[in-house]
Design a binder for this molecule. Structure first.
Ligand code: ZN
Length: 327
């Protein structure tokens, strides 16, 4: 499905089958003699055919197109290998670009590290294996190595007569970038600000305190003058400030819930996770599919680490487990 969301800016809806995200918003920006494509979808047949149909409808010539990936998650970056041509520039935030390179070169090492961390936070091994098998990030990620053009905060991406400013917004991923057009007051927010769902904030080896990064990136974007927000998933909206306030309140509530869960002694993140309120349809924690438990555990770890940094909680390693307690 293709629609013009603003003059010369188009959304191509890329389906994400069997994902609670439902679809990815890919945006095409048209300028005098160039196109800019923002985000791509998974490396999966259904995504590729939707993308090619959309590009065809918009008469986009991939030989005159550059690509920006707001962050390295597979639903945004996975398909890029199918869309690059000889001279395509593929922009990605510098931290995510270095992680992408690391993953390409040392995938097994990164996977082992991830497993060790999740086991220490209490994820049961058989369920962990299932979660990894079904994880879209491992199934539908980039299959070719891409020579990314790394961008940093304040960099300007030019295409044709137009340009966008890169706004570093670490939190959802360490190198997440929003793109901003100060003239038109348009913000391409990637997964930094979503309206119908809450961006997942999870554990990353590159960020000791991901929630703190996320909250300060929200405050940073709050100051921008914005009249249209184009997010990575679901609805396009106008009022970013109201949503930012809601997102901050959402995390404050979860922090309170996590702190309450620590009231009766030490717990792993796995023990704390069922005490947080999750925006899902499953009636109880036990009914969550392993992949959803994976996302929920990551989110719980991020909240617990924030509590530790704020001095509300303590953490220690004991017999291979990471234990949190109330201070
Ligand atoms: Zn996404």
């Amino acid at each position: 499905m293709v629609e013009e969301v603003s003059p010369n800016i188009y959304r191509i809806e890329i389906p994400l089958p069997r994902s609670p995200l439902k679809a990815l918003n890919a945006f095409v920006l048209r300028s005098r003699d160039r196109f800019l494509l923002v985000d791509t979808g998974w490396n999966k047949e259904e995504c590729l055919s939707a993308m090619l149909a959309g590009l065809d409808e918009l008469e986009v010539d991939l030989n005159r197109t550059d690509i920006v990936i707001t962050h390295l998650h597979a639903d945004h970056s996975g398909l890029v290998g199918e869309l690059v041509r000889k001279n395509t520039k593929v922009y990605l935030g510098e931290v995510d670009a270095s992680i992408a390179l690391f993953v390409q070169e040392r995938a097994e090492e990164r996977l082992q590290d991830l497993c060790r961390a999740y086991l220490s936070h209490g994820f049961p091994e058989p369920e962990l294996r299932k979660a990894m098998e079904n994880h879209p990030g491992f199934r539908y990620g980039l299959s070719v190595s891409i020579d990314f053009s790394a961008v940093k905060d304040g960099d300007i991406i030019h295409f044709g007569n137009d340009s966008l400013t890169c706004i570093a917004t670490p939190g959802h991923s360490p190198g997440h970038m929003c793109l901003y057009d100060p003239r038109k007051k348009i913000l391409l927010s990637g997964d930094h600000i979503l309206f119908d769902i809450t961006p997942n904030i999870t554990r990353w080896p590159e960020m000791e305190n991901p929630l703190q990064y996320y909250l300060s990136s929200l405050r940073k974007v709050y100051g921008l003058e914005v009249s249209l927000v184009l997010p990575g998933h679901r609805s396009i909206m106008k009022d970013h400030r109201n949503r930012i306030s809601e997102l901050i309140a959402h995390h404050e509530k979860r922090l309170e819930e996590a702190l309450c869960a620590l009231e009766h002694g030490e717990k792993t993140a796995w023990d704390v996770a069922p005490h947080l309120s999750w925006d899902v349809t499953f009636r109880s924690w036990d009914l969550f599919p392993p992949a959803q438990k994976w996302f929920a555990l990551g989110e719980t770890i991020a909240h617990l680490r924030y509590l530790v940094s704020r001095g509300d909680s303590a953490v220690r390693e004991y017999k291979g487990r990471t234990l949190f307690s109330r201070r």
